[in-house]
Design a protein. Structure first.
Length: 264
């Protein structure tokens, strides 16, 4: 199989981080943690990027947006070959950032929605699990190229105020993995039970990937999240090494083709 050589120093990704990122427990599996990957991630905090200023249905004003552009340029100067973020709601500035930053950027797991819709039967829908189902809207979908027609095949659910994830993020409560896992599994199971045409899940929040396996085990559905997006993103930025061809000599043999193989 292809691989990243263990003895090679891989170039880093940069991560745009909200200004409370260092005050939230982020276990391995979280999108911006180096422990989630075979390559390093450099974090860059954005002053003023508070929770409800990021989780916002309205488009960012230009002055605030430029703080993200400046952070991207700082990460580029640090040697990052691409940029990710610490919140799926930053989908809204995907196109705006890409137009002003010299290196590739992938802001949100929602970037995967068009591809996942394509690989599913046209009769199937995607269950989107988000931090805030009230706020997630056209502003964010439009930012990553999700059209109105695609939105017809999305069924959105999300964490409720007072639930495990909101207590962690908004209230600073203890991070109890079992409670968060149960909340997310319950949301996924409820969505499948009420929507028999769910064919896959996309998890919006960067806190959710550690529980993707549990969601899949409970529902039997494919699950895509921030980590699957970043793995794909980086695999093009830094191509993997392939093993030597142990059967190389056999390739020298000329192969015969029959008449049916010839172009008419």
């Amino acid at each position: 199989m292809s691989y990243y050589p263990p003895d090679t120093k891989l170039p880093p990704l940069g991560a745009l981080c909200l200004d409370y990122t260092d005050d939230i427990h982020r276990p391995p599996g979280d999108v911006i943690m180096s422990e989630s990957y075979h390559f390093p991630v450099i974090q860059q905090q954005i002053s003023g990027a508070t929770l409800w200023k990021v989780v916002d249905p309205n488009e960012f004003d230009e002055e605030y947006f430029q703080s993200y552009v400046a952070a991207c340029k700082t990460l580029q100067d640090k040697g990052c070959i691409g940029i990710i973020t610490s919140c799926g709601f930053l989908a809204q500035i995907q196109t705006r950032l890409a137009s002003q930053v010299d290196i590739p950027i992938a802001t949100s797991s929602l970037l995967q929605v068009p591809s996942v819709l394509t690989i599913l039967s046209p009769k199937k829908k995607i269950g989107v699990i988000t931090f805030d189902p009230i706020t997630l809207c056209e502003t964010h979908f439009r930012g990553v190229g999700i059209t109105e027609e695609m939105c017809k095949r999305l069924v959105i659910t999300g964490c409720k105020p007072g639930g495990a994830l909101h207590r962690i993020i908004t209230d600073g409560d203890s991070y109890v993995a079992e409670e968060l896992e149960q909340e997310l599994v319950d949301l996924a199971v409820e969505l499948v039970e009420s929507n028999s045409d769910i064919g896959a899940f996309v998890l919006e929040c960067t806190q959710m990937p550690p529980y993707a396996r549990a969601i899949q085990a409970a529902t039997g559905k494919p699950v895509y999240d921030g980590v699957t997006m970043v793995d794909w993103f980086y695999s093009g930025l830094q191509c993997r090494t392939v093993p030597p061809d142990g059967n190389r000599e056999a390739g020298f043999r000329k192969r015969l083709r029959s008449e049916k193989e010839k172009k008419i």
